[in-house]
Design a protein around this ligand. Structure first.
Ligand code: PEP
Ligand code: MG
Length: 597
């Protein structure tokens, strides 16, 4: 089989079409199906007049979209240069052309001028300029220049996509079993995928801890990210195999390769069936310590999967989905209905509803330009910081949560808390909303839901005692805790190798948080991706964690591991691990413990 890194081979004297592309496997599973390559094409764009007073804002909106498009191209370029020369050359040339066009005054400058002179929206201005430039280029009798027309269109389409933040709605029209291949997919794009229709997806950029990866895992869609040559070297309609575990894409596979992968699919299915039998068995260690296993929900439709996996509740409901893929904000009633359905679906089991955690890589069209782009979005306006700046939006969400809490046990969880003061302010707002709802005679639970905080900022872990006194429970978000502790972007595949929740600094912060929760007698759980990886179970249990929340699909495998662990030796091994300062030694101590189970 040809790969990105090996030369072509001959089989039976003919040149096989089959070739492999490697990327980062972020969501396990194997899919075989027809490729659907998402093209960067200028489709229909909205066109409208703007008042003179909005011209400046419109130009700023255009500049911000151009900057985002440029960053996307830079990311693709960085990724492409790490590929073998022969493959990288064409790709880099094309991306350089795109980067040039995104800086060229011919396109961007001309579009700005058009907005100012004709008072039209930025999308329409870009579209008009691109058509004009493309027409002139096509008219030149030079093959090379004519061939660059496509680049102009693609660069324009990139800008328009960032302007409209338009998701790939076309997913709904895909043939069953299609494998989506795109430059980049946002968490909002991924949320639109129906696992019955999309059997896998592949992108040029993206890392294993990104929200897109989390969404793929929770929908159970195999995915490979960080495969830069894929969108341009795979034709729509070609047969493709995606191995989301190995991070491999096989294009135009030969019959024997398809047969091999089909056998792997059968073996996986057998394993899944065996694991499904664990559903009714207790999540209990060998020495009878009960471990609470909760599910993380990204989308309401996952309630069924949580139930099937035997989740004892929802440890993290990410409410961002309610704000994605829509242009207007959800009303209190709409939010209440959605939440009520989830609470009722969990039939008496607790549901931990996290307030809106937008910002960073999680953007929501409905919020418009309320979250301006900044140089370091992960450190900027995000999560609770945003909610406290937008009290109306926050109060609406709290009201919806409180109303849903009348239908079953609910806990409220605050994302990205970094100070005690933030919790105090939220409690005041919450009490105000409760009084207002009481005046409206709206049915509410007898006692207000517990109010918890996510520990995902290192500073929060270090003041955990104070936060424990101000709140009712902790949920440790190891995804962000690892990112912020080690200063590694969780979504960037270039630094993915440095992202390590087993880094001693991360482990010590988790341990300090767990110890503080115990001292203050409040529940503590882990709800980052670390909780769903069986390998980490001994060190987490050994540090005193008794509650884990993960994608529903991970529950059986984690439960299986837990049932093989004795708490006392796990605690001794965790102690030995926490004495280490070397990441490699920590991994070895943990793997050795797991092997002995
Ligand atoms: C985390 O940061 O670990 C977490 C659970 O939150 P999210 O992944 O949504 O940022
Ligand atoms: Mg987080």
């Amino acid at each position: 089989m040809k790969t990105d890194s090996t030369p072509p081979q001959n089989s039976n004297g003919t040149d096989p079409l089959e070739r492999a592309i490697d990327g980062v496997g972020v969501s396990p599973g194997i899919a075989i199906g027809p490729a659907h390559v998402v093209e960067n094409r200028l489709g229909d764009v909205p066109e409208y007049q703007i008042p003179t007073s909005s011209v400046k804002t419109e130009v700023a909106r255009l500049r911000s979209a151009v900057a985002k498009a440029r960053r996307q191209v830079e990311k693709l370029e960085a990724k492409a240069t790490s590929l073998p020369k022969a493959i990288a050359e064409d790709l880099v040339l094309m991306l350089e052309a795109h980067a040039g066009m995104l800086t060229s005054s011919r396109i961007v400058g001309a579009a700005e001028k058009r907005i100012e002179e004709r008072r039209i929206n930025a999308e329409a201005a870009i579209q008009a300029v691109v058509h004009e430039v493309a027409r002139t280029m096509a008219a030149v009798e030079d093959e090379y220049i004519a061939s660059r027309v496509q680049d102009v269109r693609e660069a324009g389409a990139r800008i328009v996509r960032h302007l409209t933040e338009k998701p790939y709605q076309a997913f709904s029209k895909l043939p069953e079993g299609a494998i989506v291949i795109a430059d980049e997919l946002s968490p909002a794009d991924t949320a639109l995928m129906d696992p019955e229709k999309v059997s896998a997806f592949v992108t040029a950029v993206g890392g294993p801890e990104s929200h897109t990866a989390i969404m793929a895992r929770s929908l159970g869609i195999p995915a490979v990210l960080g495969a830069p040559s894929a969108p341009r070297s795979i034709a729509s309609g070609a047969t493709v195999i995606v191995d989301g575990e190995a991070g491999r894409i096989v294009v135009d596979p030969e019959p024997h390769t398809i047969a091999d992968y089909k056998r792997k699919v059968e073996a996986r299915d057998r394993l899944e069936r065996q694991l499904a039998r664990l559903r009714t068995l207790p999540a209990q260690t060998k020495d009878s310590t009960h471990i609470v296993l909760h599910a993380n929900l990204e989308l309401p439709r996952e309630v069924e999967a949580a139930d099937r996996a035997g989740a004892e509740g929802v440890g993290l409901l990410r409410t961002e989905f309610m704000f994605m893929n829509r242009v207007t904000l959800p009303t209190e009633d709409e939010q209440y209905e959605t939440l009520r359905e989830i609470v009722e679906g969990m039939a008496g089991r607790p549901v931990t509803i996290r307030t809106l955690d937008v910002g960073g890589e999680k953007l929501a069209t409905a919020l418009g330009d309320k979250i301006a782009t900044s140089a370091n979005p992960a450190l900027g306006l995000r999560a609770i910081r945003f909610s406290l700046l937008e009290p109306k939006l926050f109060e609406t969400q709290l009201a919806a949560i409180l109303r849903a809490a009348a239908h079953g046990p609910v806990r409220i969880l605050l994302p990205m808390i970094s100070s005690v003061q933030q919790v105090r302010v939220v409690r005041k707002i919450l009490n105000k909303v409760i009084s207002r709802l009481k005046r409206r005679k709206v049915p509410l639970p007898e006692t207000p839901p517990p109010l918890g905080v996510m520990i995902e900022v290192p500073g929060a872990a270090l003041v955990a005692d104070a936060l424990a006194q101000a709140s009712d429970f902790f949920a440790i978000g190891t995804n962000d805790l690892t990112m912020y502790t080690l200063a590694i972007d969780r979504g960037a595949e270039q630094v993915a190798g440095l992202y390590n929740p087993l880094h001693p600094a991360v482990l010590r912060l988790i341990q300090a948080t767990v110890a503080s929760a115990r001292r203050n007698d409040i529940p503590v759980s882990i709800c980052g991706e670390m909780a769903g990886e069986p390998r980490y179970a001994p060190v987490l249990l050994g540090m005193g964690v008794r509650e884990l929340s993960m994608s529903a699909r991970s529950i059986p495998r984690v439960k299986q591991r837990i049932r093989n662990i004795d708490v006392a030796p796990a605690a001794r091994r965790a102690e030995a691990i926490l004495d280490q300062s070397d990441e490699g030694r920590i991994a070895a101590l943990l793997d050795d413990f797991n092997e002995g189970l």
